[in-house]
Design a protein around this ligand. Structure first.
Ligand code: IMP
Ligand code: MG
Length: 332
């Protein structure tokens, strides 16, 4: 049952896109299922091109991978069609017939509600579309003429692939601390973002998953309002080289040092079996493009070992640069 769930540990933007694109190429993924919606952007750098994906699964870089959008996902039709064009995946992408649709009015509501503005939402209409689904008045993918060629039964396809021993990855979006249930409510997104929720959105039961890969970034970032332990000033973030802007909205990201207590919480709630650690080269520039654990400086190894000691799970995949292949892979 080779089924892996990938989830973010903190407030999203841990670099899941990069890790997924690496696994797609390295492990020759057969199926990748995208959950969540267009509030999240997964960045993939491959062959000199940069993709900021809001809908298409980040595993598209492996040309034989079947790409699916889960029934629990929310589809923005124009964005979906645009990305399908850009990534040239028309013949291998499917959308679950019950995925729900983000309409123009949802984005307008998201951008004009004083309450949502205060939370600092991405303004992409995801929260209002989920409200509409909960009211049972939402449009679904099967109601949309442009989506007819793509309609699929994602739960059936995914379960069949797992049962056939294929290599399946469930692509979580955002991070645990943005979870509607487990995050810093009310400063959260409109859904649960934990590993169980990713399975639920796809329609895969907990007994079918054998690997939960939790993605940490070497420091933390947060976009939008809400508590953020250890937050640095923008000046300090710039001085350290940690200052980022959001891939989706272009907003400034707040930043803070890695927090071990939050990391432990993310391991617990996600039932994580192993971790990926991204942007190690931002924290320790001498690690840039390193390909083996042995070549890392002592101080860097100590940081990784501290994460393993405190969380109790191995750090198996380490990102040392933006390209999909800038990775140290310590998996057996
Ligand atoms: P919403 O998901 O657009 O409703 O925004 C709610 C909160 O989640 C805001 O603080 C957003 O900045 C944050 N958020 C939503 N999606 C992402 C993401 O993919 N990365 C980082 N922050 C996100
Ligand atoms: Mg992102």
């Amino acid at each position: 049952m080779p089924c892996t769930v990938i989830v973010g540990a903190f407030w999203g933007d841990e670099g899941k896109g990069k890790i997924i694109s690496y696994l797609a190429l390295k492990d020759k993924l057969d199926v990748c299922v995208r959950t969540g919606s267009v509030n999240a952007a997964h960045t993939v750098w491959y062959k000199g091109n940069r993709y900021a994906l809001h809908m298409v699964p980040a595993a598209f870089v492996h040309e034989k991978c079947r790409l699916l959008i889960a029934s629990g996902a929310n589809v923005q039709v124009a964005q979906f069609l645009k990305e399908v064009e850009e990534t040239k995946v028309k013949n291998r992408i499917g959308v679950d017939q019950q995925a729900s649709i983000i309409e123009e009015k949802h984005s307008t509501q998201d951008k004009t509600s004083a309450h949502l503005k205060e939370l600092g939402t991405t303004g992409r209409g995801v929260g209002p579309a989920i409200e509409e689904r909960a009211r049972r008045t939402a449009k679904l993918a099967k109601d949309i003429p442009e989506l007819q060629p793509y309609l699929a039964d994602v739960a059936a396809e995914t379960n069949n692939a797992i049962d056939a021993g294929k290599n399946v990855l469930l692509e979580g979006t955002q991070g645990l601390l943005l979870s509607l249930f487990h995050g810093t409510y009310p400063y959260v997104t409109s859904r649960d973002t934990s590993a169980s929720a990713i399975c639920s959105e796809t329609g895969v039961g907990p007994t079918k998953v054998n690997n939960v890969l939790l993605v940490f970034k070497s420091f933390m970032t947060r976009v939008g309002a809400g508590p953020f332990p250890g937050e640095l000033t923008k000046e300090e973030a710039k001085r350290r080289g940690w200052f980022e802007t959001a891939a989706g909205t272009g907003r400034d990201r707040r930043s803070a040092p890695f927090n071990f207590d939050l990391a432990k919480k993310a391991v617990m709630i996600n039932g994580a079996t192993q971790a990926a650690l991204t942007k190690l080269d931002v924290l320790y520039p001498e690690c840039k493009s390193a390909q083996t654990y042995e070549e890392l400086p002592k101080e860097t190894k100590q940081f990784i070992e501290e994460i393993e000691k405190q969380t109790g799970i191995p750090v198996t995949i380490i990102g040392t640069g933006p390209d999909a292949l800038d990775i140290i892979d310590r998996r057996k």
